[in-house]
Design a protein around this ligand. Structure first.
Ligand code: SF4
Length: 301
């Protein structure tokens, strides 16, 4: 049973615009996530520190969001809001509670642009309101000049191999189902993309795996993609580092030591690892004619 929590703030202003998702704000209608991915960075990182156990519904989020967006709009501080940066805004509970939908209504009223990241086809329910947001959103001038729309929809993938997904994302909709709903969003006129993150070391960060991921994105008509590596935090039993190594031991025991060596006691692989992923992904994107990053020119790697 989900807890109900009262929030005093639901809109977070970023110190600077995120140059991957182009967002200036983020908001999460829920705490926790029913999809329970083994590697979910929220468990063990600073983002999960103040979270309630299990799932919590921010029942008053739409009211608080309205108040906060009104104040930002009065100062003309428009910017993209990342909806679902530390939860999935369309996890199963949303079907009944509709907190995300009610927040979208507020976002529409206040004319803010958004980037929604989800793994769930439940987003298709809200295409009506997303379409309206796309028509009325006020974008920061520089993004408007670059042709960025008022709504960007994306889904994250750690793999497109259904067997691997079953191990590391047992509660989430399967990769093919995600590609299929993204295609429907694209067909409905939205900008859509696949965030290939976190790529799993020695499992989905290989040339072969990335090739099938980018090819699949292209085949489903997606607009952009980008890649990022895995981060592992915390030593507690529910923390992602502990859970990830447990899953490796059970399913890929030969990779345990190699993975530990790659991380070398840190929360992420060394800096040149992301550089190699970027280089590989750019090549695949060139091969399949995909855009690498939402704003290719603006991305620093
Ligand atoms: S879908 Fe995203 S937020 Fe939910 S558990 Fe998986 S990684 Fe975490």
């Amino acid at each position: 049973m989900a807890k109900e929590i009262t929030v005093h703030s639901v809109l977070n202003k970023q110190k600077r615009r995120d140059d991957w998702f182009l967002c200036d704000y983020s908001m999460n209608p829920y705490e926790g996530c029913q999809f329970n991915c083994v590697y979910c960075y929220v468990h063990g990182s600073k983002y999960g520190e103040k979270m309630a156990e299990g799932i919590a519904v921010k029942w008053n989020a739409p009211t608080i969001l309205d108040r906060q967006l009104k104040a930002r709009a009065e100062k003309k501080e428009y910017g993209i809001i990342a909806v679902g940066s530390a939860t999935d805004p369309y996890m199963p509970i949303e079907e009944e509670r509709q907190i995300t939908r009610r927040c979208l209504e507020v976002i529409l009223k206040r004319k803010f642009p958004i980037g929604v990241t989800t793994r769930s086809p439940l987003i298709l329910r809200d295409l009506d309101i997303l379409r309206e947001i796309g028509k009325s959103a006020i974008l920061p001038e520089d993004l408007k000049e670059k042709g960025i729309p008022g709504v960007i929809i994306s889904s994250s993938f750690s793999t497109v191999d259904e067997q691997v997904a079953k191990i590391f994302e047992p509660g989430a909709p399967r990769p093919l189902a995600r590609m299929e709903f993204l295609k429907k969003c694209k067909d409905a006129g939205f900008m859509v993309g696949a965030n290939f993150m976190p790529l799993l070391p020695y499992i989905s960060d290989t040339e072969e795996s990335l090739d099938s991921m980018v090819r699949m994105a292209k085949e489903h008509g997606l607009d952009f993609t980008f890649v990022s590596g895995l981060t592992l935090y915390g030593d507690g039993p529910a923390d992602c580092k502990t859970k990830y190594y447990k899953a490796l031991e059970a399913n890929f025991p030969e990779l345990v030591e190699k993975t530990r060596a790659l991380f070398a006691g840190n929360f992420a692989p060394p800096g040149n690892y992301q550089g190699k992923l970027d280089e590989m992904a750019r090549r695949m994107c060139e091969k399949y004619g995909m855009r690498y990053h939402i704003l290719p020119a603006g991305r620093k790697s």
